[in-house]
Write a protein that binds this ligand. Structure first.
Ligand SMILES: Cc1cc2nc3c(=O)[nH]c(=O)nc-3n(C[C@H](O)[C@H](O)[C@H](O)COP(=O)(O)OP(=O)(O)OC[C@H]3O[C@@H](n4cnc5c(N)ncnc54)[C@H](O)[C@@H]3O)c2cc1C
Length: 378
């Protein structure tokens, strides 16, 4: 009988909690570590919702990975009985000649994705909460909506624990070291543990934990802002998520309780974070100006004064493709980081790929545009 592999998961946030679930489901002996506890709001995840959509606006090669994630979202919901995702649809909109809008139009057609193309008149009638510009292309991605970040991370971590994983909470990992002859050592403030392999998913702390990496992951601070509508929403109104490309890119998600709409901006509007241990979680009034402009221009039914603000941080690579694969010269350490604002929807697939790479050394998932033979290609 094959011996059971012992695998550490360093960082049980978005991707790490899913990796712990997938590894434990395949019979590995899993120990997860987190500097906080699953579901915390000090890193990339939090703020009630993240957009789930079938089409990335910049690259059609993600479609098969989203499909794999889609099946695992369903599986995790079925195994746990929790509503982690709600498919309300998502409107992708922007000037018809914008390169990302052209990509969206091509990708939905090429992959036969469930969608509708709408003109400004149809949007005004069906989605009066949104105002689009003349000449905009609007695509309704129907297999889309929102996922719940805190609930998802806690549910995946809890499912992993039910399957035998142990999670060491409030236990920052100080060092991940390959052992000569095979295996990995994980050092914390209380000691060192030995594993056959490690999945390293530290999100914005990747540079802190692995300072010698040959790839740059820049950490940015992202603000989420919640707005109240001027009038109560009709219970049967369609309330899809929405993403706009163009001069001021932004996204929005109606909140699950129907009371507010959350807005967020793109990377170009985020400030860099020098040290993830010192994230400035206070929002200055001038940081709200872009939100106010967006509400005035595109969401006239909302009061432009936000009722809630939260600050998160995310690691971005130059290519915006994540780092996924074995560390160079070290087959037993699998790194997944730098999700560049796109990682939540993909996280169950990424956790599964992490399990493939840690347990078998390779994956059948189509990640060649991200890795080369299981090695990071960024
Ligand atoms: C505001 C905002 C909005 C977003 N919107 C979307 C969206 O709509 N759709 C979408 O798909 N994606 C979205 N994203 C991106 C997505 O949320 C991220 O890509 C994803 O959460 C990153 O997951 P991660 O596992 O890499 O990092 P995290 O979820 O941050 O997990 C990293 C974990 O590692 C732990 N850790 C770090 N260092 C150590 C250490 N040394 N020892 C122990 N533990 C450690 C941390 O405590 C944390 O729990 C958004 C991101 C932000 C910030």
């Amino acid at each position: 009988m094959a011996t059971r592999k012992r695998v550490a998961v360093v960082g049980t946030g978005t991707v790490g909690s899913q990796a712990a679930w997938r590894l434990a489901a395949r019979g590995a002996e899993v120990v997860g570590y987190d500097r906080f506890a699953p579901g915390h709001d000090r890193s990339a995840a939090g703020g009630e919702t993240r957009v789930f959509r079938s089409v990335q606006t910049d690259d059609g090669r993600y479609v098969p990975l989203v499909r794999h994630a889609d099946a695992l979202w369903e599986q995790l919901q079925a195994e746990t009985g929790r509503e982690l995702r709600r498919l309300t649809g998502a409107l992708v909109m922007g000037p018809a000649d914008h390169p990302e809008m052209r990509t969206v139009r091509d990708v939905v057609a090429e992959h036969g994705l469930d969608h509708e193309v709408l003109d400004a008149e149809a949007v005004a009638k069906r989605f009066p909460q949104l105002r689009v510009d003349d000449g905009d292309l609007v695509v309704l991605d129907r297999h889309a909506g929102f996922v719940r970040p805190e609930l998802t991370v806690q549910t995946a971590a809890r499912r992993a624990e039910e399957l035998g994983a142990r999670i060491r909470r409030y236990t920052p990992v100080r060092e991940v070291t390959p052992v000569a002859g095979g295996g990995v050592e994980i050092r914390t403030d209380t000691g060192t543990e030995r594993f056959d392999a490690a999945v390293v998913t530290p999100g914005p702390w990747v540079g802190d934990l692995l300072p010698g990496l040959p790839w740059e992951v820049s950490v940015y601070r992202a603000i989420s802002a919640w707005f109240l509508p001027h009038e109560d929403q009709s219970a049967d109104a369609e309330r899809p998520a929405f993403i706009r490309r163009g001069d001021v890119p932004f996204y929005g998600i109606p909140s699950p309780d129907g009371m507010t709409v959350k807005l967020g901006l793109s990377q170009a509007h985020h400030k860099p974070v020098d040290d993830p241990n010192r994230l400035n979680r206070t929002v200055a009034p001038e940081e709200l100006e872009t939100f106010t402009e967006i509400v005035r221009r595109h969401l006239p039914g909302l009061n432009p004064d936000p009722v809630r603000l939260s600050v998160f941080m995310e690691g971005y690579t130059d290519s915006t493709r994540p780092l996924v694969g074995h560390l160079p010269g070290c087959e037993d350490i699998v790194l997944l980081a730098g999700f560049s604002g796109q990682g939540f929807k993909l996280s169950p697939a990424m956790g599964d790929i992490a399990a493939d790479l840690a347990l078998q050394g390779r994956t059948a998932q189509p990640i060649d545009f991200i890795t080369t033979n299981g090695r990071i290609a960024a």
